[in-house]
Design a protein around this ligand. Structure first.
Ligand code: C5P
Length: 224
C-alpha cells in the first residue's frame, strides 16, 4: 500500500464534555461520552494524521496513536487548543458547556445553611472554541468541522450554525433518541455543496467515513 492520505497532516480535535466547577466537589456538565470524537480521532490517525485530541473527562481509553491532552473546563480546553495550533484541520466534537458558574467557591458550599433556601446560581459565558478557531485571521486551519447536536429541525439549525460559527462543515446529529452515549449515530453532513443525509450506522463507521471525506477534501478530490 502507498503512503497514507493524511501523512504529514496535523489534526486538532476536541471531544467529551467539559466540567465547570461550582465548588471543589460539584460541577455542571453534560452526558457526552466522548465516543464519537474518540472514534474520529482514531480513524484520522489510521489515515496517517498526527492527531492532537483535547478531551474533557471521559471513561473511555484514548485511541492508538493520538496525542491526548486532558482538560476539565471550557477555558482549559480553549487554552489547550490554542497551544496545539497550528493544525491543518480542526474538528470540534466536544460538548462544551456554554456557561460556567461565575465564581466557584473554594470551599464546599453548604447548600442548606441557616434555612436560607436555595442559593442563586450566577453564570458566565464560556469561550466558543469553534467560533474562535473558525475566525482566526492568522493560522486558521484549512478545514474546520463543527458538530451540532439537535433535537429538532436538525438540518435547518445546522445550516444556521455553520454560518454563525464560521466553520466549513457541520456534522449534524439528532440527539433526541439514544445517540448520546449509544453505539450508533445518524448524521447529516452540511458542506458548502449542500446537505448529505447518511444512513444510521455505528459511530466507528461514521468516524471512518468522515475521516475519508476529510482526507479527500485536503487532497483536493471532488473539487472543480
Ligand atoms: O452552539 P452549539 O454548542 O450547539 O455548537 C456546537 C458546536 O460548537 C460543536 O462543534 C461544539 O464542539 C462547538 N462549541 C465550542 N465551544 C463552545 C460551544 C460549542 O467549540 N463554547
Amino acid at each position: 500500500s502507498g503512503p497514507k492520505p493524511l501523512e504529514g497532516r496535523h489534526v486538532l480535535l476536541t471531544a467529551g464534555p467539559t466540567r465547570e466547577p461550582l465548588d471543589p466537589v460539584r460541577y455542571l456538565s453534560n452526558h457526552s461520552s466522548g465516543r464519537q470524537g474518540y472514534a474520529i480521532a482514531g480513524a484520522l490517525a489510521e489515515l496517517g494524521a498526527q492527531v492532537t485530541l483535547v478531551s474533557g473527562p471521559v471513561s473511555i481509553a484514548s485511541p492508538r496513536g493520538v496525542d491526548l491532552v486532558s482538560v476539565e473546563t471550557a477555558r482549559e480546553m480553549m487554552a489547550a487548543c490554542e497551544a496545539a495550533l497550528p493544525a491543518d484541520v480542526f474538528v470540534s466534537v466536544a460538548a462544551v458547556a456554554d456557561w460556567r458558574p461565575s465564581s466557584p467557591a473554594d470551599r464546599k458550599l453548604k447548600l442548606k445553611d441557616e434555612g436560607k433556601g436555595p442559593p442563586a446560581l450566577s453564570l458566565s459565558e464560556n469561550p466558543d472554541i469553534l467560533s474562535t478557531i473558525s475566525r482566526l485571521e492568522k493560522g486558521r486551519p484549512q478545514l474546520v468541522v463543527g458538530f451540532a447536536a439537535e433535537t429538532d429541525t436538525v438540518e435547518e439549525n445546522a445550516l444556521r450554525k455553520r454560518a454563525r460559527k464560521g466553520c466549513d462543515w457541520i456534522v449534524a446529529n439528532d440527539v433526541s433518541g439514544d445517540v448520546m452515549g449509544g453505539a450508533d449515530n445518524e448524521i447529516a453532513l452540511v458542506t458548502d455543496a449542500g446537505v448529505e443525509n447518511w444512513p444510521r450506522m455505528g459511530k466507528t463507521a461514521v468516524a471512518r467515513r468522515l475521516a475519508e471525506r476529510i482526507a479527500e477534501d485536503l487532497n483536493g478530490k471532488g473539487k472543480p
